[in-house]
Design a protein around this ligand. Structure first.
Ligand code: GUN
Length: 297
């Protein structure tokens, strides 16, 4: 069997961003509307700083209005809530994203629920989760939206009747991607840490979405030949090279044993370069969607 096709998330994300820049330009010229995204970062977590910078840069590059609020780690719940409420009322802002995780002491759930659901471009508000569960128009979380775009690019628009297995049941990825797969008429199983004989469950999948957060846990012999694998995992592991490992350097791997899985699958996303780049691109898509809905376009 030939090696699995590598699903190129970088190229797809670039195409999405180009299309989006065209749409933003049209919205400006035809409707005088500039979609605006506000990103809020509390504290100085290194990884979060990188993500937040990239969100700001990419939204500006697409021609959008972009503001980043960086607050100190000792920001109080009241101060953060006040900023969210201010952004809810700001007509230049159509999307609000509070970068997670928040520093200890802040109530993440309460902050997310304070965001206006129409500006909740992360799709984490219970209103959006409820709308998604009922198949109603909503803002869906960015990574799951990115997974579905990659699947349709790979397998075609019609995913009806496919057996999909999602590993992981988080609010950010597992649950919403399962809902989107149900909407696409797939037969969906959500597996998690209590699932018995996970390997047997995985072997039923035509589509496998791995969002367990455990490095290379999914082995090639867990896969049905011809499966399409979307690997959402981003797990840092030490380099094999002892010199690099001694320096404490790490590399990123997915939840799937990529090299071995390529011998069995039809198509698979690499890590990095698969789902990751899609997340920020889909955040921009959600912001444009939110702006158009708010403006009644
Ligand atoms: N931290 C890691 N991923 C995400 C995300 O998709 N949204 C938010 N708000 N924080 C994150």
């Amino acid at each position: 069997m030939p090696l699995a096709r590598m699903i190129d998330g970088r190229a797809t994300a670039e195409r999405l961003r180009r299309d989006l820049a065209d749409e933003v330009a049209r919205l400006k010229s035809d409707h005088g509307l500039t979609p605006g995204l506000a990103v809020v970062l509390v504290g100085d977590d290194g990884a979060s700083q990188v993500y937040v910078r990239s969100k700001g840069e990419q939204s500006k590059a697409a021609g959008m209005h972009s503001v980043t609020h960086i607050l100190p780690a000792d920001t109080s719940q009241t101060e953060l809530l006040a900023l969210v409420r201010h952004l809810n009322g700001d007509p230049a802002i159509h999307g609000i994203l509070v970068q997670l995780p928040l520093p200890k002491g802040l109530d993440e759930k309460a902050i997310i629920q304070a965001i206006d659901p129409d500006k909740d471009v992360d799709g984490l508000h219970v209103i959006n989760a409820g709308r998604l569960a009922q198949g109603l128009p909503c803002l869906a979380p960015c990574t799951p939206v990115g997974c579905m775009i990659l699947l349709r690019d790979t397998l075609g628009q019609d995913l009806s009747g496919k057996r999909a297995v999602v590993i992981g049941r988080s609010a950010l990825v597992g649950r919403p991607v399962a809902q989107l797969l149900v909407q696409a008429n797939c037969t969906v199983t959500i597996a998690h840490s209590h699932t018995q004989d996970l390997a047997a469950v995985c072997r039923e999948a035509d589509i496998l979405v791995a969002a367990a957060g455990r490095a290379q846990m999914i082995k090639a012999d867990w896969l049905k030949p011809g499966v399409t694998v979307i690997d959402v995992g981003t797990n840092p592991i030490p380099f094999r090279d002892p010199a690099k490992a001694a320096e404490g350097k790490t590399k990123l791997v997915g939840d799937v044993d990529y090299k071995a899985a390529r011998e069995v699958a039809y198509a698979i996303t690499p890590v990095p370069g698969g789902v990751g780049p899609m997340t920020v691109a889909c955040l921009l898509v959600n912001t444009v969607t939110a702006a158009k809905r708010i403006a009644g376009i």
